[in-house]
Write a protein that binds this ligand. Structure first.
Ligand SMILES: [Zn+2]
Ligand SMILES: [Zn+2]
Length: 347
């Protein structure tokens, strides 16, 4: 008889892109799609995972380092996407902002409107219309700027580069709606769902996104918890991270490196806030004081490249884990990387 197995492959982790594959029985789930669809496929293939065998994509939140390749990959594979309604709406707003008028188009529109107005109504109304248009234009500019800041996902042209998945190519067409997904399912935090051989438990995390979640995956009697992008660990999150076989936990920054580092003050404040990211200290404090120490494998994740060093994160976690003597020598401590997949964990 074939031995059953649960597999967990981190494809990328960090502020430039996050994604992992979970496999059990005949089910394969992609957790976040934060690299280009092309790069996600490339990394899956190097790890021996055929992208065409993915059954669904689960999303934690709408930040670009978690959704960059989402639309392109989901459309290309024709697979459903699971996320909270808030995350979906915000993602749609980011990838498909209202059309932006050029100045000459706006002038043209104003002329047409004035001409129409002068034939019937008073000039007063035309004035109102003008005020509205200016407001609309300003709003679309603000949105476009926000998107340039780190919203939007990869350009649609990347879809044509997905030779790794299929040769058929209806994709490169400029008419593809970037917010279209083949199938969308809304998750409610706290309400588990079954996806093939997995039971998936989404739960709310404190992070500056619209409705962010982290997940516990259960299959074949095993529990894998994945929690990154959280400002601190409230009791509901701490409870989910107990009794796991594997735990992937954020260890984003070293506090001194962040304080002295290159980020502008406002960004430092954001990272440090209760809806920002977990520091090495906070992660290890949790591991030492509030965690049951059961997992045979701990993966430190979402390490900042500007404000952390792998060795600092590792030493802090090692020190914390040493307090759990039960399976001290059997336990693996791994660091997920931004630039290459982590060895597949098999349970
Ligand atoms: Zn992130
Ligand atoms: Zn985030």
């Amino acid at each position: 008889m074939l031995e059953s197995m649960v597999q967990f492959t981190v494809l990328a982790s960090g502020s430039k892109g996050n994604s992992a594959v979970l496999a059990a029985g005949s089910t394969r789930l992609l957790l976040d799609a934060g690299l280009s669809a092309r790069e996600l496929c490339r990394r899956m293939l190097t790890e021996g995972i055929d992208p065409a065998t993915l059954d669904a994509i689960l999303v934690t939140h709408e930040h670009s380092d978690h959704v960059r390749g989402l639309g392109a990959l989901a459309r290309r594979l024709g697979i459903p996407v699971y996320l909270t309604e808030g995350t979906h709406r915000e993602w749609q707003r980011i990838v498909n902002p209202p059309p932006r008028q050029t100045y000459s188009q706006w002038i043209e529109a104003m002329r047409a409107r004035r001409a129409a107005a002068s034939t019937e109504e008073s000039t007063h109304e035309a004035g109102c219309a003008e005020a509205n248009s200016v407001a609309t234009l300003a709003a679309s500019e603000a949105i476009a700027e926000a998107n340039a800041d780190g919203g939007a996902e990869e350009a649609e042209s990347n879809e044509s580069e997905l030779g790794c998945i299929t040769s058929d190519s209806d994709a490169a067409s400029a008419t593809v709606d970037p917010a279209r997904l083949p199938e969308v399912h809304y998750l409610r935090p706290g309400e588990p769902i079954t996806l093939g051989d997995f039971e998936v438990h989404p739960f709310t995390i404190p992070h500056d996104a619209v409705d962010p979640v982290a997940y516990v995956f259960r299959a074949e009697g095993l529990r894998i918890a994945v929690a990154t992008d959280l400002g601190y660990i409230p009791p509901n999150v701490a409870a989910q991270l107990q009794n796991c076989d594997a735990l992937m936990l954020e260890s984003n920054h070293d506090l001194d490196m962040l304080r002295d580092g290159p980020y502008p003050w406002s960004v430092k404040q954001r990272v440090l806030s209760r809806v920002g990211h977990l520091s090495n200290d906070t992660a290890s404090e949790f591991l030492e004081q509030s965690w049951d120490g059961r997992a045979a494998c701990v993966v430190l994740a979402h390490l900042s490249e500007s404000n952390n060093l792998p060795e600092l994160a590792r030493v802090a976690a090692e020190r914390a884990l040493a307090s759990h003597t039960a399976n001290l020598f059997a336990r693996k401590l791994l660091l997920a990387s931004q630039h290459e997949p982590l060895e597949t964990l098999r349970f």
